[in-house]
Write a protein that binds this ligand. Structure first.
Ligand code: ADP
Ligand code: MG
Length: 775
């Protein structure tokens, strides 16, 4: 449309200019030739001044038209002058000697080179907005006035630039002398020329700024040398050809649009909205929309309609895909919901399983402790220490240690013979600390399950109590005693259970000296008396004693070192380190079940008792004697308590000593008691050894006796023993008769008993009245 408008205005221009020319032509014709010459001289003069001699040839000062053309046809002068005015306007000027006069037509390379220069010049000039000329104007028959006009304009431009480029440069020279020179037509048909121009510019047809002036120029050119009568005919012809051309182009454009759908990638997006709009129109209610649609589609070219249909189908397909995707999403959502539901169910199931597991765990704990109960709530282990270098005189009373019994060889006033004693377990002189502790381990687990445990070391001074409970002076990993190992196990098991139960472990260390309870964990050396409060709600019987939290065995070692330093140690003739006090390391364990939130509390007493030797064995007097009496009394009280528990008496005399008061919670009932009974292998200690073994046996009956059932099974034993007594009496009578006869004192008679089971032994010893019980 724009194109058509331009053509219309162009024709209008032509007609206007034509009218002008017709009226002025006669008046100025003669003067124009003269003016043209003057102008040419001006141009030549300026070029000479600007360029000087070019390629050995000077442009004449007043050249003829011919000379002027020839001088400039190489384009070198033109390009040189242009580059001077506006540097690098023609970047490459071909300077090969060109002498068109000498070179015949058709000399291809030179003609081409000169053409290049001129063309470059013309392009640059055109860009600058200076009137141009045709390349053919430099040839004979061309229009030299256009060349002159161009150079004069260039000169004007140059002057304007030299004056500082003020304002906008506008060529103020004469208009093209379209009507000045009448030359014969060169033989080309006007309309053909015009059409060829149109085709040349078809690619830039949309650029109207370029098209209009060129068209104007072309029409002007075509009509310039025509006579007035011919012009209307020419114009008419131009118009008809223009019309034809535009119709042709319109058709071509329509075809191109029809072909466009094939390039879907580019056109789809913009077309789809149009299609959408078109389909909306189709869908609108009422006939108006439909009519419009029909009318529109009716008017649309066939291919465009096809394209719209195709796009419509594509949109429909896309809609279908969207719908199926939506359905897919719904299915997925349902599936997801189902998964979440089933996961929820699984979690609930797992939770119930977990609580079931907790119950089983709880049950397991109970069963475990029941097993421990069945093993006996009071266990007595006997340990014989090895002979110490330099102490033994070679006589060793130990005869045999077999699993849970030990046999000693008696002699002298104790009677010559072998005596066998049974225990929960017996450890010989070669047993290691580890072996001794192995059977203690199950009790540690019980403490963490909330049971109270009491571990004693009983025996005369020097029999190895401290060695068992703590270890030798120089501790090594192997020689660590029960205390360290028990605590180490506590930490280990509590760590194993940390996911289900959070434990806190704290310790107290006390001693009972002369029936006074003293704190061994004081750091200021203070010696305040401590009260024992049984049945305290938190299970801590001595609330005023230091209670220290421990997290590792090294913490415990540090504390025990402090305790040992604080421990009152008396010196006796038997053992410089002999402890005349009971020392008690109490471990309090509190556990919180992380699932149920319930708390449990267990406590373990690790007691290194004072020496059990009888007073008359030491040469103690004064304070030492007092110490010994207190010790004997408290050990008697311990025996009484245990005996009362054994006989299941209603009254258990816990209050008879500080020791039994302190350990009350851990003796009897649900508590588990373990006693390490220590004996020395030396002959000198035999009396104390037998006394110790008696105590141990008395303690053992508490549980091992399993009284009622044993009573039932004791009937045959009693019978057997009665028979033995009868035999013994007879033998005694015989011996006494013989002794009287031979003069030997009766006290030296030794009696040998056959080896019996534990129960038999106990019964047997009840009859063995030669032993004086210590308590
Ligand atoms: P108590 O504490 O009963 O008075 P100790 O534990 O102090 O007796 O032991 C007395 C001595 O015997 C110490 O030198 C100790 O190292 C040593 N001893 C005790 N039992 C053993 C043992 N099983 N193995 C080696 N040496 C031991
Ligand atoms: Mg000791």
């Amino acid at each position: 449309m724009q194109m058509e408008f331009n053509v219309a205005s162009l024709v209008e221009d032509v007609l206007q200019q034509q009218g002008k020319r017709l009226s002025d032509a006669d008046n100025f014709a003669s003067r124009r030739a003269q003016e043209a010459s003057l102008k040419r001289y001006e141009a030549a003069g300026w070029l000479r001044k600007m360029v000087g001699v070019v390629l050995g040839k000077d442009l004449p000062a007043e050249p003829s038209e011919e000379d002027f053309r020839i001088g400039l046809r190489s384009g070198i002068i033109l390009c040189t002058v242009l580059n001077k005015i506006q540097p690098a306007s023609v970047p490459k000027v071909v300077e090969a000697p060109v002498d068109s006069v000498m070179i015949p037509d058709g000399a291809a390379p030179t003609a081409f080179q000169y053409f290049e220069n001129v063309r470059n010049f013309l392009v640059a000039i055109q860009e600058m907005g200076i009137p141009t000329f045709e390349v053919s104007d430099l040839e004979q028959g061309g229009k030299s006035f256009r060349i002159v006009n161009c150079i004069v304009a260039l000169k004007s431009y140059h002057e304007w630039k030299q004056c500082g480029s003020n304002g906008v440069w506008k060529f103020s020279g004469n208009a093209w002398p379209c009507n000045s020179v009448s030359k014969p037509h060169q033989g080309r048909r006007n309309s053909d020329m015009f059409l060829s121009f149109l085709s040349r510019n078809s690619s830039s047809a949309g650029n109207n700024d370029n098209v209009s002036p060129s068209l104007q120029k072309l029409v002007c050119e075509l009509l310039s040398d025509k006579s007035a009568e011919k012009i209307p005919i020419i114009v008419e012809s131009i118009i008809s050809r223009v019309k034809e051309e535009f119709e042709r182009r319109l058709e071509r454009q329509t075809k191109m649009i029809g072909a466009a759908p094939h390039d879907e990638s580019d056109s789809t997006s913009c077309m789809s909205s149009e299609i959408e709009a078109a389909s909306n129109i189709r869908k609108t209610d009422g006939g108006a929309g439909k009519d419009f649609c029909n009318a529109a589609s009716g008017n649309l070219p066939f291919k465009q309609q096809d394209f719209i249909d195709l796009q419509h189908r594509t949109v429909e397909e896309l809609r279908k895909i969207l719908n199926s995707t939506k359905q897919g999403m719904n299915v997925l959502q349902l599936k997801y919901q189902e998964d979440v539901d089933s996961l929820g169910e699984q979690v609930v199931r797992l939770a119930s399983l977990a609580s079931g597991y907790q119950k089983v765990l709880e049950e397991n704990r109970k069963l475990y402790n029941q097993v421990q109960d069945l093993k006996g709530n009071i266990r007595v282990y006997c340990r014989v220490r090895p002979s110490l270098p330099g102490q033994s005189n070679g006589l060793n009373i130990l005869d045999e240690v077999v699993d849970n019994s030990l046999t000693i060889q008696t002699s002298g006033k104790h009677g010559k013979g072998k005596k066998t004693f049974s225990f929960s377990k017996a450890f010989g002189p070669n047993s290691t600390q580890e072996e001794v502790f192995a059977d203690t381990q199950p009790l540690i687990r019980s403490v963490l399950d909330g049971y109270n445990v009491c571990i004693f070391a009983y025996g005369q001074t020097g029999s190895g109590k401290t060695y068992t409970m703590t270890g030798p002076k120089e501790l090594t990993k192997e020689s660590l005693g029960v205390n360290y190992r028990a605590l180490s196990d506590l930490f280990e098991i509590s760590e194993e259970r940390k996911d289900t139960i959070a434990y806190s472990i704290s310790v107290q260390m006390m001693e009972i000296y002369n029936e006074q309870v003293r704190d061994l964990l004081v750091t200021d050396g203070g010696n305040k008396r401590l009260e024992i409060r049984n049945n305290s709600s938190n299970g801590i019987n001595v609330p005023n004693a230091n209670l220290v939290n421990v997290a590792s065995t090294s913490d415990v070692i540090d504390l025990m070192n402090l305790g040992h330093k604080n421990r009152a140690v008396g010196s006796t003739s038997m053992n410089d380190r002999s402890s005349r006090s009971h020392s008690c390391l109490t471990v309090h364990v509190q556990g919180k079940d992380l699932t149920s939130g319930t708390t449990l509390r267990g406590c373990m007493h690790l007691v290194d008792l004072a020496g059990s030797e009888r007073c008359d064995k030491t040469d103690a007097v004064g304070d030492r004697l007092k110490e010994a009496q207190h010790i004997n009394r408290s050990l008697s009280a311990l025996g009484d308590v245990i005996a009362a528990l054994a006989q299941k008496n209603g009254h258990v005399p816990y209050r008879n000593s500080k020791l039994t008061q302190l350990l009350q919670d851990s003796l009897g009932g649900q508590a588990k008691t373990l006693m390490f009974v220590h004996i020395s292998p030396e002959y000198e200690a035999l009396g104390e050894t037998l006394s110790t073994l008696k105590f141990a046996e008395r303690v053992s009956t508490v549980e091992l006796g399993a009284a009622k059932s044993n009573k039932d099974t004791s009937a045959p034993d009693v019978k057997e023993l009665k028979e033995q007594i009868a035999t013994l009496r007879a033998a005694l009578a015989r011996k006494e008769g013989a002794a009287v006869y031979m003069g030997i004192p009766t006290s030296s008679v030794s009696v040998s008993f056959p080896s019996h089971s534990y129960k038999t032994e106990v019964t047997k010893h009840q009859f063995y009245t030669n032993f004086v019980l210590f308590f």
